[in-house]
Design a protein around this ligand. Structure first.
Ligand SMILES: Nc1nc2c(ncn2[C@@H]2O[C@H](COP(=O)(O)OP(=O)(O)O)[C@@H](O)[C@H]2O)c(=O)[nH]1
Ligand SMILES: [Mg+2]
Length: 378
């Protein structure tokens, strides 16, 4: 019995010793692994060392993104345009395909156009002309009617207008200054960024001025775009005089030999006199250094008649040379393009069809009409 006890104790001691040795070996192995890893296992170390490097490089040299080509952008974004304006094209074609094209049908055609925000003058013009041509040609062929409808819509959109964005100063000297105006939330800052992105891709140097000094966030938003696209931004603290920021931006642009200076302005529309004072001053101050090349009015397409009212006020306050119609992707009323152009007598030059950096397209009458009449396909 005694012997058995001795053996048992001995066995426990031996087992404990073996376990202890094993644990010790493991512990020292993992310790040595910790210590040795950097030298002995470079493949493990590599990503560790690379990570902080990549992080450190980020703020210093952000990667400048390259945009998608501008040519054919409207065609690429066609499905968004067609989706949002389905009611217009499909509705009109369905009506024109009616068994009898009587007064009631023509009244409905008129109503469809008015509902799509086309505006009374152009609606009347389109309907009268279409009616006349259908009568003269005596046609009931759907393809022929589609062609006639497209021709009428094209005509009221005035395809002959110059829709290019000026990138050369009218004086021939210094940067081309582009003022971005419009009410808050219409998409001015976004448009500055997206236009800069395209110009930079065309090898132009662009500087942006944050003349919306009413909110600190506005200048930050512009700076974010600036670092993303590779454009320098001139800004001051919130509350600074917008005109002097604009002046500084144009001055810096001239000194640095920038091709284009984009001025992002504030759009408080509390009263016309205030707006006139503010934008008038920005323009006057900028023009001490040379004429403004372009004043782009940014309008939110989803605001409909309200947008037209804004267009009227801005048109009276500043010399608008082009319209940027944003958020056309969210509007079921593509007719606003026709109405706003008519209202101001200046062309729609760019359209926004989403929030992405490449969702701004040059406005092309043909592609637009095809999209709203034919829909997403063909
Ligand atoms: N869906 C859509 N959103 C847009 C478009 N353009 C701008 N936005 C959005 O509208 C909001 C206001 O834009 P912002 O540039 O800050 O307007 P600002 O106050 O005039 O400078 C932002 O959330 C933009 O992303 C567009 O074409 N489509
Ligand atoms: Mg803004």
């Amino acid at each position: 019995m005694d012997n058995l006890w001795i053996w048992l104790v001995a066995a426990v001691v031996v087992i404990a010793a073996i376990a202890g040795i094993a644990f010790g070996v493991r512990a020292s192995r993992s310790k040595s692994a910790e210590v040795e890893a950097p030298a002995g296992e470079p493949q493990v170390e590599a990503p560790k060392a690379a990570e902080p490097k990549a992080e450190a490089a980020k703020p210093a040299a952000p990667a400048v993104e390259v945009p998608e080509p501008v040519e054919g952008r409207l065609v690429r974004l066609r499905s968004r345009l067609a989706r949002s304006n389905n009611a217009l094209g499909k509705g009109l074609l369905a009506l024109l395909a009616s068994d009898k094209l009587d007064d009631d049908v023509w009244d409905e055609v008129e109503e469809t156009l008015l509902t799509a925000d086309v505006g009374i003058a152009d609606t009347t013009a389109v309907v009268e002309s279409l009616r006349e041509r259908v009568k003269v040609l005596g046609t009931r062929d759907p393809e022929e009617l589609r062609r006639l409808l497209k021709a009428e819509l094209t005509a009221v959109l005035e395809p002959e207008l110059d829709r290019s964005i000026a990138t050369v100063s009218p004086s021939g000297e210094g940067p081309a200054v582009i003022l971005m105006v419009g009410v808050n939330g219409s998409g001015k800052t976004t448009t500055c960024g997206r236009v800069a992105r395209v110009l930079i891709a065309e090898d132009k140097t662009v500087l942006m001025g944050a003349a919306d000094t009413f909110r600190a966030a506005a200048a930050e938003q512009l700076e974010t775009w600036g670092s993303r696209v590779g454009a320098k931004v001139v800004r001051r603290d919130a509350g600074a005089d917008p005109a002097s920021v604009a002046f500084d931006a144009v001055k810096a642009g001239a000194e640095e030999g920038a091709d284009v200076v984009l001025i992002d302005t504030a759009g408080r529309l509390q009263n016309k006199a205030g707006l006139m004072d503010e934008l008038g001053k920005v323009k006057r101050v900028v023009e001490k250094q040379g004429p403004v090349a372009e004043t782009l009015l940014v309008l939110d397409a989803t605001t409909g008649q309200n947008g037209l009212q804004q267009a009227k006020v801005f048109g009276e306050v500043c010399d608008v040379t082009g319209i940027v119609l944003t958020k056309l992707d969210g509007s079921a009323k593509g007719g606003i393009v026709i109405a706003v152009q008519r209202q101001l007598g200046v062309p729609v030059k760019l359209v926004g069809l989403g929030e992405g950096p490449d969702d701004l397209a040059p406005f092309e009458v043909g592609a637009f009409v095809d999209a709203i009449v034919d829909g997403a396909e063909s």
